[in-house]
Design a protein. Sequence first.
Lengths: 120, 414
Amino acid sequence: MTEEVFDWMAAANKKAKGKRPEYFDDPEDERMLSILMAVVGEVSVLRERMDTVERLLDANGTISRNDIENYAPDKQAAYERGAMIREYIYRVMRGPHQMVQELEQVEPPVEEVSRELKDI
Amino acid sequence: MSTKTSTDQKLDVAPPYNAVARHGVSPQPSHDEVARFDFLANFNKFLSGALGPGNKLTYDKRVQPAFEKEHGRAPKDRFEIRHAMNNDPFHTFWSALKRNSMEMRQQNGRAMVLRQIDELSAKARQYNEGRDTLELNPEIEVPRYQNAVDIHCMPGSYHGEELAGDVSAGANYDCGIFATTAGGLGALSDGGGAALVEWIKQQRPGWEPCRVLDIGTTVGHNIVPLALAFPNCEFIAIDTAAPILRYAHARAQSLGATNIKFIQANAEDLSRWEDGTFDWVQTTMFLHETSGKALPKIIAEGYRVLADDGLMFHLEQPEYSDEMPLYEQFIRDWDAFNNNEPFWSSMHALDMKTVMNEAGFAANELFESGVRAVVDTDIFPEAATGDDEDHGRAAYWHAYGAWKNSDQMQEAAE
Ligand SMILES: C[S@@+](CC[C@H](N)C(=O)[O-])C[C@H]1O[C@@H](n2cnc3c(N)ncnc32)[C@H](O)[C@@H]1O
């Protein structure tokens, strides 16, 4: 029963082995950009989703604003939405999440590995 | 250009991820997972097309003049350029964006694949169980050059498993290549293989190889088109990574390429095959992920198992010859240090002709050629080269090839 023990949301955030290059003077900036970029991506996803809804509405005219306004999730849906938000948080927090993993494991610069591979 | 008008312009956009063809083990994307890859494909186009030229501008206008002022000479190699460029605010920001795009591609691909990891394993099992066309050999070790870092920032690399026996590495590799190449490899990401089919039919019309060896096949993207084009030929596709082979085999079977045998083996030691076993030995986008000592060993082993009049063929990005400007060498080197490709820089500086000479080929047997991905251009783009090129992953490659002892064979026949 892998669903219970395998946390795929956490696993998707796994850091690639190999020290990450530093692009900015302040390491916080690296993390801030990664969060920002994830949000940028997600906004794009929302827009695409909205466009899908609009196109479906154009074609079928079956979703009403009222339905959306009056929606109340049942237990199952509430759980699913919680999981959805959790997934969203994991996705947006990838950078800081990986920072934890970096703290756990200090790695040599890729440049050093590159030199090594050249000669083995 | 002033000749353009606002009405007849066709904007350069990436094809939608929905256009990607599905096979028997494709991960099934949700609406938003499709949308994530759609974002990344277009973002990568923006990074190479709209922002990429800024790198050359900042080099010409700021970085090179400052370097010359400080040192009294021009940079002497691509490494000096890189160190200077890494202090330039434009280049570092561009690199940071591009690195993030690569990381997002991995996270997005893994999130899609890992949430359906059990379904994918079940699908793969249907195609793999009891078939003698998949041979896994657990005693094959992962070479140091494959696990020193996770190549192209792919967490877990080709050999990683999240759950024992899974195919997630293959599924993640397969789905996300669309995003990083903005669809440039076509519906099955096999534009390279499709180009090989066209190339060989032009070069040797009517030729039917009997036995082909594909080294470092990964998910078999570029061997399946050849196997389908030569249904009577026996194909052997080897790789050191079991998870990727499980996926590759299931994918090939579901696409009808049942004449490929996938074997877990290390190309440095092909001793299970006798001299002259194959009449075609190839690698596609593989050699840059090996090492200084492994590469010549692999070419030499390939030469040994190749039959007379057989074809050796390697597809790679172009090498850094003396004629290639140092700036171009530097920008082509981006993946080496920013996308975990630790042998990339050394490999592209190798003279492949010399390597192939040393493996046994005579100089006059060697040839080079350019190969552009063959894709359905109604939907998928032709690879951009030149100013807009996404260096390192343009679907336009350099081929290093040779026909073994072809002259002697010719003479013997006459
Ligand atoms: C960049 S991929 C090759 C891409 C593939 N040929 C294609 O065209 O889609 C490199 C592959 O080579 C495999 N590999 C690395 N070293 C190897 C070796 N010594 N023998 C066999 N396979 C190897 C890796 O596991 C990985 O799957």
